[in-house]
Design a protein around this ligand. Structure first.
Ligand SMILES: *[C@@H]1O[C@H](CO)[C@@H](O)[C@H](O)[C@H]1NC(C)=O
Ligand SMILES: *[C@@H]1O[C@H](CO)[C@@H](O)[C@H](O)[C@H]1NC(C)=O
Ligand SMILES: CC(=O)N[C@H]1CO[C@H](CO)[C@@H](O)[C@@H]1O
Length: 465
């Protein structure tokens, strides 16, 4: 009871109640002298204890309340911890530097600003201020429920994000492009479009195309089969691509014979014609994927401002990009930056190679996949750790993509499907370009399984928690 007084006592009123609950016999009229002395003694002791209680407890309570009171709510406490964890993740080049316990990166400010500062941190005072803001007092601020709605079944992007995704290049545009490149004469070849041997083509109606020419088949195969794979997965981020054959004497090339010679393009070579996309801006690796502790997990999504659907839609496209680049073992995008980060830690803040952002729609345009499937597979010994570390950082998926992966893993027929597409779309090139080799198909099947495993792992980890 005395202990109860010390801990629960809050003020004179309280203490009276506590005291009353002590079952001390009240002095009743006919009291024997011994009894009345006992009552006096007890009353004196009680009064002393009350004094101590008031003297000790009151200052304690008063001194602690301004700081500890807001933290005492369990939900808010949780949020501060999550945020602190987030901060240590974003602090750039985290090379073993654990951020001081009380630094904090605001969930909104660390978001998407291209090249934006990633090391923002503030002191305890601001935590208290901003934590109040994020603790649910301000109803405009995202709360936990809203954050959760960005995802369904824990690891899949929710309807709001899916609806905000740009449409990309739909099937009919791919078909149109294929027909167009067969009907139109080429009127000009200019330098441009990446590597030395590539050229920017202009067709007679003014439309332009980036045209890939290679001495070897495998980079042409890599690019066109990567494109087919993107369609099999339902990804619409790779610009429409079609094959052509260089024949100086044929009507299509007749007007540019001299320019073909200058470009040193040989006869009867297959080329990939990719629709030129205008209005492209640089694309940056999202902050959750930049540091060495990179990850894109449900928590990293829930920390985002749910009103910034454009930023979330870009992250959702990144979840597709990571899967696509893992499957094809594409080196030219993020893995290249990861690899170079060993020497230049700021690599991850530079624009990603072979990736662009369509400024008007927010579409991430996946460019130049020629290193995929063949060349990339040959270099797996050297780069697989980087590919794998990116895949393992990913625990949020588009449901449609995950579904396609599941189907391809179950049917194990990705090779047949790719070859069928090649036959159907490029009937005239069957003797000009070999189909995707068995060896590549075998590796692709293994990589599909790895992606499937990662998806299942994330489902297990988050759905049962
Ligand atoms: C903290 O919240 C205040 C008030 O909303 C805001 O002005 C300030 O920028 C926030 N600080 C950080 C680091 O976000
Ligand atoms: C060229 O033709 C294609 C297909 O008919 C059409 O979609 C495109 O808009 C045309 N481009 C120009 C610049 O006229
Ligand atoms: C065809 C093409 O443009 N390929 C690109 C492949 O990747 C390298 C390295 O990132 C680029 O320099 C090329 O432009």
């Amino acid at each position: 009871m005395v202990e109860g007084l010390v801990f629960r006592g809050r003020g004179p009123d309280n203490m009276k109640v506590e005291a009353g609950s002590l079952s001390i016999p009240l002095p009743s009229p006919p009291l024997p002298p011994r009894a009345s002395r006992l009552v006096c003694l007890v009353a004196a002791i009680l009064a002393f204890l009350l004094g101590v209680a008031v003297g000790v407890t009151l200052p304690l309570v008063l001194a602690r309340s301004p700081i500890s009171a807001p933290l005492a709510l369990p939900q808010q406490q949780q949020q501060v911890e999550d945020v602190v964890e987030g901060a240590s993740m974003v602090v750039e080049g985290g090379q073993g530097i654990t951020p001081p316990l009380h630094t904090w990166a605001p969930p909104v400010a660390n978001s998407h600003t291209p090249g934006g500062s990633t090391s923002s941190s503030v002191t305890v005072d601001s935590v208290v201020v901003n934590q109040t803001r994020w603790g649910g007092l301000d109803h405009d601020a995202p709360d936990v429920e809203e954050g959760a709605a960005l995802l369904v079944d824990e690891v899949y992007w929710g309807a709001a994000v899916e609806a905000a995704l740009p449409k990309g290049f739909p099937d009919h545009e791919v078909d149109d492009w294929r027909k167009f490149t067969r009907r139109q004469a080429v009127v000009r070849l200019q330098e441009g479009c990446g590597r030395m041997q590539n050229r920017l083509l202009t067709f007679e109606n003014g439309t332009q195309s980036c045209c890939r020419y290679r001495q070897n088949y495998d980079q042409i195969q890599g690019e066109i089969f990567s494109f087919y794979l993107s369609r099999l997965l339902g990804l619409t981020n790779v610009p429409p691509s079609a094959l052509g054959v260089v024949r100086a004497g044929a009507w299509q090339w007749a007007g540019v014979g001299g320019q073909l010679a200058l470009a040193q393009w040989a006869e009867e070579r297959p080329v990939v014609m990719t629709r030129f996309v205008e209005g492209l801006a640089p694309a940056f690796i999202p902050t959750p994927l930049r540091s060495s502790r990179r990850r894109l997990h449900p928590l990293d999504v829930e920390e985002r401002d749910p009103r910034d659907l454009a930023a979330l839609a870009e992250l959702a496209q990144w979840s597709d990009l990571i899967i696509f680049d893992y499957l094809t073992a594409n080196l030219d995008r993020v893995v290249n930056n990861l690899y170079n980060m060993q020497w230049n830690p700021s690599m991850m803040e530079a624009p990603a190679h072979n990736l662009a952002r369509h400024a008007a729609s927010g579409l991430l345009v996946f460019l130049d996949n020629e290193s995929g499937l063949l060349h990339g597979y040959r270099l797996l010994d050297k780069y697989e750790t980087f590919h794998a570390s990116l895949l393992q950082a990913l625990c949020v998926f588009r449901r449609s993509t995950a579904e396609k992966i599941r189907q391809l893993v179950a049917s194990r027929d990705v090779g047949q499907r790719l070859r069928k597409m090649f036959g159907r779309h490029e009937p005239d090139l069957q003797d000009v370009l070999p189909p995707i080799p068995d060896k590549s198909v075998k590796i692709l099947n293994e990589r599909l399984q790895s992606v499937h495993k990662q998806i299942s792992k994330c489902e297990k980890m988050y759905m049962n928690s």
